[in-house]
Design a protein around this ligand. Structure first.
Ligand code: NAI
Ligand code: MG
Length: 499
């Protein structure tokens, strides 16, 4: 796909098993965040393309090979895809680094790990069993079967394009649906590269389609499309709310994985060196551009100064620079609006009276070149009512809030509209379990942070989302149950009453 035109790699969309231009024949550029320059030219899809893709997906759902496949065969195809991901993991990682600015150090492991979702749900495909219901009516046999929903629209953000694709695509396909995928306009390339593997794995044409372009132009027409049965979205709560409202008009199902303002809570009985690393990984890994960022550090007053000192000392050593270099630890911000948003929040925090004890500005280090880099930033003197403590920054900016005791840690931890994740650092078992019970978050990490797996449900409380991804149960979010009644009676009884 990437035949160079000038210096730019040129991509096409993938619809109905074919590589196509957009209906308008327009393109947009995707930037490399490290150079701050465009590197790829991508079709700018619109409503016509969305319609074309949904129709292709619907055709593939209702006719052709896909609906004829047994669940075991579908599973085998997903495992084939997983094998191909393993073979091409390095290439996919490089694309993510180029288009997103993610670290090669993280991505080379992440793209390989991503295959696990396809293995896992491939394995699960033929283990979704209905039941025989012990009928309470004579001469009756009643059983249930799980069926797919139809066409799923998967709308993906820019922060972890291929991983978040896997979280939706693997269960949706294992369940027997077909999919139209819309990657973010900031990072469209990896989804298109990935389609080469989908093609190679032998999934029938139209089972997976990719449309590229901007949210309102090609994303919203997918959500509105009458042939779309479900929308699976990851992104901001603002866009999520809009999509949820629109999906409601068509009575479509949704899974929403939205933002967070997760508390990382350090008690004075914690192993402080480990806690420092946990807090760092929570906020500076992936340049803080993760929904699970531990962006509020709640630290017990008795150790506040000592802990902040250790934290600053450690964070100061973070190496910034070329994300393709294996020893870079903090890479660029992915796109200019996000870069501006982070710098704006830094100003807001300063205006609110918070103190930047580290960073607090764009990074002008020579190794950062002309990329969009922000210095790892730590604010102390933060009150939980401040905007810097309540709103998702999505960048390497930590708000430190002191607390007195367990009660206050719980109260502050939960005093936010989000509930995606929480971290707790303590060596006291009673305290750890009590905190895990009381924190309103879809994921609680005790003495660790940022652990996710295909085996374990992930998702949000409160404004952090609806539904879960990963784990066994959630495949049923991509299915519906049918109840089948069979009479074994020789005669039909009184037809004028409910049976
Ligand atoms: P966004 O939520 O607007 O975009 C996510 C996806 O939705 C993209 O594919 C986008 O094209 C699509 N989209 C946007 N508007 C749409 C619409 N009207 N209809 C259908 N699809 C639409 O996120 P964006 O603008 O990239 O980032 C804004 C903020 O969202 C960030 O600053 C960050 O705070 C937050 N964010 C949170 C993420 C998370 O994982 N929780 C991921 C990405 C961004
Ligand atoms: Mg890009």
């Amino acid at each position: 796909m990437d035949t160079p035109t000038g210096t730019l790699s040129r991509y096409k969309m993938f619809i109905g098993g074919e590589w196509v231009e957009s209906a308008s024949d327009q393109h947009f550029e995707s930037d490399n965040p490290f150079t701050g320059k465009p590197w790829a030219l991508v079709p700018r899809g619109n409503a016509q393309d969305a319609d074309r893709a949904v129709r292709a997906a619907h055709r593939a759902y209702t006719s052709g090979d896909w609906p004829k496949l047994t669940a075991s065969r579908r599973g085998a195809l997903l495992r084939k895809l997983a094998d191909l991901i393993g073979e091409k993991a390095k290439h996919l990682a490089e694309i993510e680094v180029r288009d997103n600015g993610k670290l090669i150090a993280e991505m080379s492991a992440q793209t390989a790990y991503m295959a696990q979702w396809y293995y896992y749900y491939g394995g699960l495909a033929d283990k979704i069993e209905g039941r025989v219901i012990p009928a309470d009516k004579p001469d009756t046999f009643n059983y249930t079967r799980y069926e797919p929903l139809g066409v799923v629209a998967a709308i993906i953000p820019w922060n972890s394009p291929l991983l978040l694709t896997a979280w939706k695509l693997a269960p949706a396909l294992a369940a027997g649906n077909t999919v139209v995928l819309k990657p973010s306009e900031y990072t469209p390339a990896s989804a298109l590269e990935f389609m080469k593997l989908v093609e190679q794995a032998g999934l029938p044409p139209g089972v997976v389609n990719v449309v590229t372009g901007f949210g309102p132009e090609v994303g919203m027409p997918l959500v509105e499309h009458p042939l779309v049965a479900k929308v699976a979205f990851t992104g901001s709560d603002r866009t999520g709310t809009l999509i949820y409202q629109t999906a409601a008009k068509g009575l479509k199902r949704v899974t929403m994985e939205l933002g967070g303002k997760s508390p990382n809570i350090v008690f004075d009985d914690a192993h402080l060196e480990n806690a420092v690393k946990g807090v760092i990984s929570g906020i500076f890994a992936a340049t803080g551009q993760t929904c699970i960022a531990g962006s509020r550090l709640l630290v017990q007053k008795t150790i506040h100064d000592e802990f902040v000192e250790k934290l600053v000392a450690f964070a100061k050593t973070a190496r910034m620079g070329d994300p393709m270099s294996l020893d870079t630890q903090v890479g660029p911000v992915t796109n200019p609006p996000q870069f501006k948003k982070i710098l704006d929040y830094i100003d807001i925090a300063k205006g609110e009276g918070a103190r930047a004890v580290l960073g607090g500005a764009r990074a002008a280090r020579p190794e950062c070149g002309s990329g969009w880099f922000v210095e790892p930033t730590i604010f102390t003197g933060v009150k939980n009512s401040m905007r810097i403590a309540q709103e998702e920054v999505f960048g390497p900016v930590l708000a430190v809030i002191p607390f007195e005791d367990e009660e206050q840690a719980v109260a502050i931890g939960n005093d936010v509209v989000y509930g995606l994740a929480a971290g707790v650092w303590t060596q006291n078992m009673r305290r750890a379990l009590m905190m895990a019970d009381r924190l309103q978050a879809g994921t609680v990490w005790i003495n660790t942070y940022r652990a996710v797996s295909y085996l374990s449900p992930f998702g949000g409380y409160k404004r952090s989302g609806i539904g879960r991804e990963s784990g066994q149960e959630m495949i049923k979010d991509y299915m519906q149950v049918k109840s089948v009644w069979i009479s074994t009676a020789t005669e039909v009884p009184n037809p004028f009453v409910l049976r």
